[in-house]
Design a protein around this ligand. Sequence first.
Ligand code: NAD
Length: 257
Amino acid sequence: MGRLDGRVALVTGAGSGIGAAPAARFAAEGASIAGLDIAKPADEAWAEVSANAPGAIFHEADVRDEAAVKTAVGAAVERFGRIDALVNAAGVVGFGSAHLLEVEEFERVVDINLKGSFIVAKHVIPTMLEQGSGSIVHVASVEGLVGISGQLAYNASKGGVVLMTKNMALDYSPSGIRVNCICPGGVETPMTAMLNMEGLKAIGEKLRAVHLLGRFAKPEEIAAAALFLASEDASFVTGSSLVVDGGYTAGHRISLD
Ligand SMILES: NC(=O)c1ccc[n+]([C@@H]2O[C@H](COP(=O)([O-])OP(=O)(O)OC[C@H]3O[C@@H](n4cnc5c(N)ncnc54)[C@H](O)[C@@H]3O)[C@@H](O)[C@H]2O)c1
């Protein structure tokens, strides 16, 4: 028996990394899956989802495009009749300090990470309201809680997701909808793969070292947190920011050696 038997999950960013992991894990736990991403997932990855969740659908859509999101959400409701869990994992990273950052780049990052998460939730919530139940899991970041140099737009977008989570929890808890976010530390995904390139390896090593566990997470470790929040195990959890960061935000380890 799976932890999400009979449930329906819509996962954005399902084509890669942190979004692909809950799509696969939720399917393995018995959920029907609707994936949404601007880019198609690799055939093997989606085959794994479909093997466990026969009838799984995938929609190519940009989370910034409200009409496309509405169509994708509508297709999921038409196919499965309900949406029990939304995992909002579509996102991009962005670099630049304030005086060097083009306004267009700031808008791109905030539009995808913050506005996109809002748009998808906006179109899923009416179905959850009709059901009187649902769980929304936004993928924020530790960078929505603490700063990191040179990533102004990313920090701002993820800080916005953390507060948007609390706002949605306030507005929808009376209707049986729980809303939480996950704040991952570094995760080994295509987004962070650049840190394995020659020239950036030293930064990658430093970043991994400031996680107390000395490494980045695997996407499956974030999917496990998403599964908890989406499942009945989290029936009393709403408005929270679940930090899954290998100790990144715990503080500073001072060594006298
Ligand atoms: N990798 C990390 O270290 C890390 C840490 C904390 C939080 N996050 C967050 O997790 C989420 C997933 O990141 P990831 O590491 O899996 O990255 P990723 O690049 O592997 O996956 C991101 C996915 O989002 C999709 N996407 C991008 N723009 C989109 C758009 N406009 N519309 C629809 N889909 C779009 C991409 O096609 C991709 O499939 C992001 O929100 C990211 O900010 C990542």
